[in-house]
Design a protein around this ligand. Structure first.
Ligand SMILES: [Zn+2]
Length: 830
């Protein structure tokens, strides 16, 4: 035996993988499983899981009873520790920031108790070398405490993830590993390695495909403290293929007078692999009542009952359906789900309703992920109207019920609707071919009363916090709070016309810069939440604020919200391109939606308000990027790179998500635009427009990553962008998108009239606060006064450096001075 080659067992294992029988799904049994009384004692045991190292000095494991051939959980009682060594510098820095330890290279904690759920080889590793151990009453207590935390703190059904692997007979080498150590420093954490992607755990949607995480369910200071690809991964895709891909949704919804909501959704889908358990996204307050499954072969579907899982609404309500048999890869199937619940819609008073569920008011496999076709039927009290995504495909009255049907012409990522009493205004813009409709509520909603109350209680003083856009799928972004004085009555109806004009302006600018949409139609509706907007495919919710004219806002003491009001409409409109036409691969790429929408809003402001208005926007944006939170904490730009997405928002950097993903994301695009700017061309933005149109058309209906966008930029490089002479834009994306440095500039110029219209310009430009490879192409401008400038040169600067120049030029008119960075060409510190 001992003479056998050492590699043989591993090789054999690779050639003949374990063929595990699928566990006949019994969710109830799995959920009811408790640790055994007798344990397995261990000494100096180490479990290595990617970036984690668990060490068990002494103590015992108490296993859950086996399911089929598999042991899938254990409680540890004894003396143990864990350590996490981040896989990359960005993740190391993020952890260092959260733990107030700038020099951190490894973080660790000690524990006496821990719970483990797994479908990998953990049980075998523990048993090897383990000895029998007697009972320990703490084991049952520890596991019960975990179950409570799963429901109350994590509010995520981790049992489901285990069930998926058991039902599909996933092999240990691809199994999931979840650890819940009750540490001395961090008593409530999840240390997870999931080779199928952390997104599969169901904590937060749209995570992309990172496999290792440290997650804290603390609403105040929690989130994903660590989220990374496996250390061993050489190259990794930005996004996993979905477990199940929806081809179409047929959604039939009934809204009763008392705002109770009932629905039946039929999903036509396919799965790349055979699966039994399919997780669903559905707001927990909508309770699943029935699930059926059928092959989608022509004729009447042969429905079979399917089981489903959905724990209590306020707890770990992650929904999933368990198919009666494994799906056949590549074959189309049907899933029919019925559900009902309250609080999907809120009666906001006087014919105004707000849609409380921002995304999953119908069961789905993940919104924003994969576009699908929709047929939507709404049954509502006959005096009310529905404005939905898609196009109207019939409306009739039956008794007291209005039945309104809408269909999509092209696949969309997410469906939404607004509901209430509306007055409609519409216009088709001849220039852009865009049809814009505006729907306002004729009544006075409760929110006006609430505003008045807030105004009265806040009139004692204090400034007004201008809301920042908070929209779309930002799982951790809460609507901003409101403070202000006074009282008001609102007639929003007459303000619809200005919303229409703004919509048409946005449609023209975006069609010119990004190309036309496959369905150039948008309905702008008023929503009762008054201080944020939201964009659905062809449907925009605008907040009350956006419909208030300047005089009314002044009465309300809301002058400080002027910028928000100017920007929210164009921002939401831009999501028709960035977010809905073109998606994004993972949370790390969300700036391709939010940053691009902010940039787009600036384009509209520039087109309607001129360079001065644009300049104000970029200056305000720059300040937001550089700002530090009130009461200490790190400046926004130091919280981390744009690619940390919403993970940037932490207790130490609460504004960093908005500041980096929205504001810096927008600035990155502005810098690209200004680098490509050609003042000599009839349209100085021509090259940039080609780039943006190429990106929009190449990735229509797809979910690009930042790297995909970089490749499109590289297709459109102008010579000055080729700073590293290799046709690559790595230098730009590494420093601005993946990096956190922001340069500072000083300059000195000497301008001399040489006669004959010629001028001699000599000067020095200094760049500092950056590392040695930080590269910027700084534009030089003549200043002709009254805001008029003309670019006369580009000065490349690398690292902390001073560069001088001395040139003779014949400008079109007599300059008053020389400037750098006149059009917010480069993001810079003060
Ligand atoms: Zn947005």
């Amino acid at each position: 035996m001992s003479r056998k080659p050492l590699l043989l067992p591993a090789l054999l294992f690779a050639l003949t993988p374990l063929s595990l029988a699928a566990f006949e799904v019994d969710y109830a049994a799995l959920r009811a499983a408790r640790p055994a009384a007798e344990g397995t004692a261990v000494q100096s045991l180490t479990l290595e899981r990617d970036a984690y190292r668990f060490r068990f000095e002494s103590g015992a494991f108490f296993f859950l009873p086996p399911f089929g051939e598999r042991t899938v959980g254990a409680v540890f009682v004894g003396s143990g520790s864990w350590e996490l060594t981040p896989a990359g510098e960005t993740e190391r820095k993020h952890l260092a920031l959260l733990l107030h330890d700038p020099g951190l290279s490894t973080t660790s904690d000690q524990f006496e108790t821990a719970v483990f759920l797994f479908t990998d080889s953990t049980a075998e590793e523990i048993r090897k070398g383990g000895k029998p151990a007697g009972p320990d009453p703490r084991a049952a207590e520890v596991f019960d405490r975990f179950l409570k935390r799963e429901r109350k703190d994590f509010q995520t059904n981790f049992h489901l993830r285990v069930l998926e692997d058991l039902a599909d007979a996933v092999e240990p080498k691809s199994g999931v590993f979840l650890a819940f150590p009750e540490g001395r420093k961090l008593s409530l954490v999840l240390a997870a390695v999931d080779p199928a992607g952390i997104e599969r755990l169901g904590i937060v949607p749209n995570l992309g495909c990172e496999e290792t995480a440290l997650f804290l369910p603390d609403p105040d200071n929690g989130g994903f403290w660590y989220l990374s690809h496996l250390k061993a991964a050489s190259t990794a895709a930005a996004r996993w293929p979905p477990l199940a891909r929806a081809l179409s949704y047929t959604v039939d919804s009934e809204i009763e007078k008392n705002v109770r909501f009932k629905g039946t959704t039929t999903i036509r889908f396919e799965t790349p692999a055979a699966v039994r358990v399919i997780p669903l996204h559905l707001m927990p307050k909508l309770r699943l009542q029935e699930a059926s499954f059928a092959p989608a072969a022509g004729g009447e579907p042969a429905w079979q009952k399917a089981a489903f899982v959905q724990e209590k609404a306020e707890e770990d309500a992650t929904a999933a359906v368990i198919l009666p048999e494994a799906s056949r890869p590549g074959a189309e199937s049907l899933l029919k789900l019925t559900y009902s619940g309250k609080e999907v819609l809120f009666d906001a008073g006087d014919g105004n309703f707000s849609v409380g569920a921002r995304e999953s008011w119908y069961p789905n496999f993940g919104v924003f992920g994969e576009p699908a076709n929709f047929e939507l039927t709404y049954r509502v009290p006959k005096d009310f109207a529905i404005v939905s995504v898609g196009t109207p495909a019939g409306e009739r009255i039956e008794g007291n019920t209005k039945i309104s049907i809408w269909k999509t012409e092209k696949p969309i990522r997410v469906a939404g609707f607004n509901y209430g009493k509306f007055k409609k205004l519409e216009r088709t813009d001849k220039d852009s071919g865009f049809e814009v409709k505006v729907y306002t509520n004729p009544g006075t909603p409760d929110i006006i009363q609430e505003i008045n109350m807030a105004l009265r209680s806040a009139s004692r003083g204090g400034g007004i916090d201008a809301p920042v856009p908070s929209d779309l799928s930002s799982p951790f972004a809460a609507p901003p709070s409101y403070v202000g004085p006074s009282s008001v009555s609102v007639d929003t109806e007459q303000l619809a016309d200005s919303a229409l004009v703004d919509g048409v302006n946005s449609a023209r600018v975006y069609t010119a810069y990004f190309g036309s949409l496959p369905s150039p139609r948008v309905a702008i509706t008023q929503q009762s939440q008054w201080n944020f907007g939201q964009s659905w495919p062809s449907l925009i919710y605008l907040p009350y604020l956006a419909f208030l004219d300047r005089g009314t806002r002044h009465t309300l003491g809301l002058d400080a919200t002027k910028d928000f009001v100017d920007e929210v409409g164009p921002h939401e409109f831009a999501h028709q391109w960035w977010g809905h036409l073109v998606g994004w691969a993972s949370y790390r790429d969300q700036w391709l939606s939010e940053g691009f929408a902010e940039f787009s809003a600036a384009l509209v402001l520039e087109n309607t308000g001129g360079l001065k208005r644009a300049s104000d926007f970029w200056e305000k944006t720059r300040r937001r990027i550089l700002e530090s939170p009130h009461g200490g904490g790190a400046p926004n730009f130091e919280a981390g790179p744009i690619t940390l997405g919403w993970r940037l928002a932490s207790r130490r950097t609460p504004e960093a998500y908005a500041a980096m993903v929205y504001s810096k994301g927008a600035y990155v695009l502005q810098m690209l635009r200004m680098t490509m700017h050609n003042p000599a061309s009839p349209n100085p933005d021509a090259a940039f427009i080609l780039l943006m149109r190429d990106f929009a058309s190449s990735y229509a209906g797809k979910n690009p990553s930042t790297a995909d966008f970089q490749k499109v930029v590289e297709r459109h490089m102008v010579p000055s962008m080729n700073a590293t002479k290799n046709g690559k834009m790595d230098w730009f994306f590494q420093q601005w998108v993946d990096g956190t440095e922001i340069p500072r500039y000083s300059s000195k110029f000497d301008l001399k009239d040489e006669g004959g219209g010629k001028f001699r310009v000599a000067g020095t430009v200094t760049q500092d606060s950056v590392s040695k490879d930080f590269c910027v192409i700084m534009p030089l401008y003549f200043d002709f006064g009254k805001g008029k400038v003309a670019r006369f040169g580009l000065l490349p600067l690398m690292g902390n450096t001073s560069r001088s120049f001395d040139v003779e030029i014949k400008p079109p008119q007599k300059p008053k001075g020389v400037l750098i960075n006149a059009l917010h060409d480069v993001l810079a510190r003060d």
